[in-house]
Design a protein around this ligand. Sequence first.
Ligand SMILES: [Zn+2]
Length: 411
Amino acid sequence: MSGTNLLQTRISNRRAVFNAVRSKGPITRAELAQVIGLTVPAISNIASELEEAGLIRQEGKRAGLRGQPAVELSLDPKGGYSIGLSLAYRQVSGVVVDLTGEVIRSETIEISERGPQATADALANLAKRLIAASQVPADKLWGVGCSVPGTVENGTFWYDKVQEGDDWTRFHLAETLEMLTGTRVYVENDATVAAIGERLYGIGRHTRSFFYMHFNLGIGGGLVLDGLSYRGAFGGAGEIGHMIVKPGGRLCACGSRGCLEQYVSLYAAAETICGPERTPDEVPSEEVTSALRNGDPRLAAWVAEAAQYLRIAIRNIEALFDPDTIILGGGLPQQLFDDLIAAANPLLPNLIHRHGNTQPRLMCAEHASQLPALGAAALPIALVTQMHGTTLAQPIDGSSGNAALAFLGIC
Ligand SMILES: [Zn+2]
């Protein structure tokens, strides 16, 4: 092998061991050897390197049947940190997580200005405040992930024609945030990001293929197939909100009629109670929750109708992808998820034999309320796991990148 090939093999082995410790730890060297298919001495070498780099640590000892007790390895939580930012309707939220995904600080702020520069400033200020307050050392910061409710191309910019007009078109959000924060920034669609968060930290740890239905005012979707996040050719895979569930139905902002989000979304729920003096987006989600809880007949009727369209969407998603399960999540009241799931059951018949799969076909996300900020924080880590092909924005001048990431072959 040439020198370059040797180095590449070494880096890919480091990543394999890092990822196995991340997903299966605490784990012994002998178990790692089995999982990865390398010899125990080879694993020991790589594990020592990762330990020296501060990425993994010895956690304890497990008594075996014979011989010395085996040392167990886990990720070192202090090995790296990342910031997750989430831009949603009228608010931005942010979290700081350690290497294991533990949230060590979070904050949500309301925003009144919706233009691109003002929004970027609010996001950057939140990131800087979180970094300062959590006292994360600069050399331990892996980067900032940012989730946005729109289409992302090459991870560098996004636009949402429907809500924002042309202001946002081709606005380079990642580059702007990198300039404002001096840190690497990865931008991705909110539903995709929520699916990545659920894959790394939630139900997705035990599930290789799932569809994540992400509720905001409307609905988006994130797709994880065989453990990998799937974006589609143009970053628009999983745009479930515009799946037509009622031909000739209500007119949608996208130009079609009968799109799912016209019936199943917070917007659609709020529409039933907003009255003539408000628009649905002016109804606080707490008001929808309390109306649901109090059995408001208008919302009870809405749940019954919405569930019928949700059942159609579920069956269509299954027909296309045959996932292990479909997960509902997003920034909605838990009551809304519970009511929708209850009303959608029994689901439409699916004749595919689900070989011993004990998971329900439809379930609620494990981290519904923390995603997508938590998922956004996972973006820098997802690069190392290679479950997501996040493209880097332009490199920052004068920055050599993070040492741990370079060690794992991400520069
Ligand atoms: Zn539509």
